[in-house]
Design a protein around this ligand. Structure first.
Ligand code: 8YV
Length: 318
């Protein structure tokens, strides 16, 4: 089909998104990243009308400026902190994302990390696999049920985490940009105050400039030697250097981390300290959820090229 709109991908996309994209678009797969193909990118750039990427993708003002025909950016992820939305908006470029369909998975992983770090499940598993059980039992772990949970960011995923925590008999409190009086949970004005009142502090706030290093040395000090930090948001929200220091010195009890400042690089300390559980940004990584996210990312593009509003435009573009 000669008239398919041209689309640039800015992430390695799963085949179940790439295949339908290729049916409707002429796809330039990460052509902008490849220095050897810079002439090919320069030639295609004036015709590129759409971008598709993942939650971690960078779509800078510079890239947007290089694409004069760009109309729409579709992110397969709820987070779009890598997209310069202001630059897109100033050019009238729409930005879409994929909220809601991943709430359950990310909330499930938050609880899984809490249980894993508190009950020391990875350590216990290594103990058995290494044949050490006959040498003696594991040290006693930390009970999670009934403990105090603090949630940083009380959006859709934060509320899904709260719901699950209630089933564990936990008391739930939160901090957010503003209090949500309809929710039956205590509001704290700052992460520091929330941390001081929490046994588990779960971070699930959007990334970006507004939340950069929101969880700093002071917040970790308030969480204290009995407290656990869980991050299922963005690595940028936590001061990783301060976190490593707190984990090394016993300033906090432990951490469960799905996200990191410089993915896929994980600092050696976080890979080797015993009071840390690390997983490679798998919050939404189930077959069911990733398929649902791909369908939403595709629906945003299809709606745009059918001259319809995006079914899930980011709030700034609604
Ligand atoms: C994925 C995410 O890592 O939704 C987000 O914001 O970070 C994740 O679900 C990714 O974007 C999948 O494409």
């Amino acid at each position: 089909m000669p008239n398919k709109p041209e689309l640039l991908t800015v992430a390695k996309l799963a085949p179940f998104l790439m295949q339908p994209l290729q049916q409707s678009f002429t796809v330039h797969d990460r052509l902008h990243e490849n220095a050897a193909e810079s002439a090919a990118f320069a030639a295609a750039a004036p015709r590129i009308r759409a971008i598709c990427g993942s939650g971690e993708s960078k779509v800078s003002a510079e890239l947007i400026a290089r694409l004069p025909a760009l109309e729409v950016i579709s992110i397969m992820g709820v987070g779009y902190d890598g997209v310069d939305v202001a630059a897109a908006k100033s050019r009238g470029v729409m930005v879409g994302h994929t909220p809601d369909v991943l709430n359950d998975d990310v909330a499930d992983l938050a609880l899984a990390l809490m249980l894993n770090i508190a009950r020391r499940i990875p350590q216990a598993e290594r103990h058995v696999r290494a044949g050490k059980w006959p040498e003696g039992p594991m040290p006693l772990a930390r009970k999670m049920s009934g403990a105090r949970l603090g949630i940083v960011g009380m959006g859709r995923i934060g509320q899904a985490i709260a719901q699950r925590a209630l089933a564990f008999g936990m008391t739930v409190a939160y901090t957010a940009r503003s209090a949500k009086p309809a929710l039956p949970f205590a509001f704290h004005a700052t992460p520091r105050e929330l941390a001081a009142a929490s046994d588990f502090l779960v971070v699930i706030t959007p990334g970006g400039a507004a939340t950069r290093k929101l969880i700093d040395a002071e917040v970790l000090r308030a969480l204290g030697p009995e407290g656990y930090l869980i991050n299922v948001a963005r690595g940028s929200v936590v001061d990783e250097t301060a976190l490593i220091e707190a984990l090394r010195s016993g300033g906090i009890a432990g951490a469960g981390l799905d996200v990191f400042e410089n993915e896929p690089q994980v600092p050696e300390a976080l890979r080797t300290l015993d009071n840390v559980v690390v997983v490679p940004h798998i919050g939404s990584a189930t077959v069911q959820t990733r398929h649902a996210m791909a369908a939403r990312a595709l629906a945003n593009l299809q709606a745009h090229f059918a001259r319809q509003p995006l079914p899930s435009a980011v709030p700034e573009c609604r």
